[in-house]
Design a protein around this ligand. Structure first.
Ligand SMILES: NC(=O)c1ccc[n+]([C@@H]2O[C@H](COP(=O)([O-])OP(=O)(O)OC[C@H]3O[C@@H](n4cnc5c(N)ncnc54)[C@H](OP(=O)(O)O)[C@@H]3O)[C@@H](O)[C@H]2O)c1
Length: 346
């Protein structure tokens, strides 16, 4: 039986590296679906994968996780194409307008927190968020809510009697409880919407396990480590790509002290790939699975306890369900008014 695997944000970075790794281990038994917002970039990724794996089954799906209508129509398309979904990788993510806090960085360098600062980016990264056309905070909508809605829409093909399916979130070590506020889940009022959204994914994964394990659906989170991708290049947008390359020896040096500097998308995808091969029942719902690379360049996956609790995860889950029902109401009204205006035009 073919396994159906859907990866969001599959056209670049860690998502694309995961697809390459999955096909390298098994070309025949996989139906891979690349869910991307930009179809030109998606097509280029598909062509690259087919160049190295000409017989692979690689399909494309248009999905913009920041747009409610896009998520709903993508989910409908998936349900038409596939009877079931074995793996759903919730990987698409953004960190727009990041600001590197030089002062906090210099302070961190001369403090006891230097390793934590390098390993997690804690305290040195802020972002400026914007609002989507659905009136949601963009980072929250892209990284969390769009994925939540996608899972809800795909429930019938994820939860099937006698079968298991896996949800696998690309979270981050930058997910900090201190950046998250249950009274402001979209992070409208803070300066760390990325960290908040990643912490929310950790909480949500725990809640999904509570609600869906009995139906054969399991959720896990990973951290890819610090990887050089479009997302990280955006941290210093004035920094040309070759300067990042020049910095590589420094990063290799740092890797001796913190194995979270995985650096390449291939290494960063280690935990995503490792989870593909695990029995989901054997995984710890309170652990984050870290892609790590040793100073000698050896890749491995290590679970580390997350700073999450059941009570907060349930509270977030309830809030997401409430937001989902508001969003569905808003969609219905929008459809009604579009129908009415087209009726008046005829
Ligand atoms: N790089 C790191 O060091 C690091 C560390 C921790 C966690 N992460 C997480 O790893 C994941 C992958 O990021 P990456 O580092 O591989 O960066 P990347 O190369 O920029 O990949 C991000 C992917 O997400 C897609 N995406 C963004 N917004 C989307 C939307 N609204 N709808 C659908 N797809 C969308 C991007 O598509 P486009 O090409 O169209 O933009 C791209 O394919 C993210 O969730 C990120 O937060 C990365």
């Amino acid at each position: 039986m073919n396994k159906v695997v859907l990866v969001t944000g599959a056209n670049s970075g860690i998502g694309l590296a995961l697809c390459e790794r999955l096909l390298s281990q098994d070309t025949e038994g996989l139906q891979l679906c690349l869910a991307c917002r930009n179809m030109c970039r998606a097509q280029a990724a598909r062509s690259a994968l087919l160049t190295s794996h000409p017989t692979a089954q690689v399909a494309l799906l248009q999905l913009d996780t920041s747009s409610i209508s896009s998520v709903i129509s993508a989910a409908q398309e998936v349900k038409l194409r596939y009877n079931r979904l074995d793996y759903l990788y919730l990987n698409a993510g953004i960190m727009p307008n990041p600001k590197f806090d030089v002062q906090a960085f210099l302070k961190g360098i001369f403090s006891r927190n230097i390793i934590t600062m390098f390993a997690t980016g804690k305290g040195i990264l802020t972002q400026k968020d914007s609002v989507t056309s659905d009136d949601l905070q963009e980072i929250f909508a892209t990284n969390i809510f769009g994925h939540f809605l996608l899972i809800r829409e795909l429930e019938p093909i994820l939860c099937q009697a006698g079968k298991t399916s896996q949800l696998i979130w690309t979270s981050s070590s930058n997910a900090h409880r201190s950046a998250f506020n249950l009274e402001d889940i979209q992070h409208q009022r803070g300066t760390q919407p990325y960290s908040s959204s990643k912490y929310a994914s950790d909480l949500l994964s725990l809640a999904l396990n509570t609600h869906f394990n009995k139906q054969g659906l399991y959720s896990s989170v990973i951290c890819p480590g610090f990887v050089m991708t479009n997302l990280t290049h955006g941290i210093l947008p004035c920094f040309p790509a070759f300067l990042w390359t020049l910095l590589m020896p420094v990063f290799w040096l740092i890797r001796i002290f913190t194995n979270t500097f995985t650096l390449t998308p291939y290494n960063g995808a280690e935990a995503l790939f490792w989870l593909f091969k695990q029995k989901p029942q054997s995984l710890d719902p309170q652990a984050k699975y870290h892609s790590l690379t040793s100073g000698l360049g050896k890749n491995y996956t290590q679970p580390r306890k997350m700073d999450v609790d059941l009570e907060t995860s349930e509270a977030l889950y309830d809030k997401l369900l409430k937001l989902e029902s508001e969003v569905r109401k808003y969609l219905k009204e929008k459809q009604k008014s579009t129908r009415a205006s087209s009726h008046f035009r005829t």
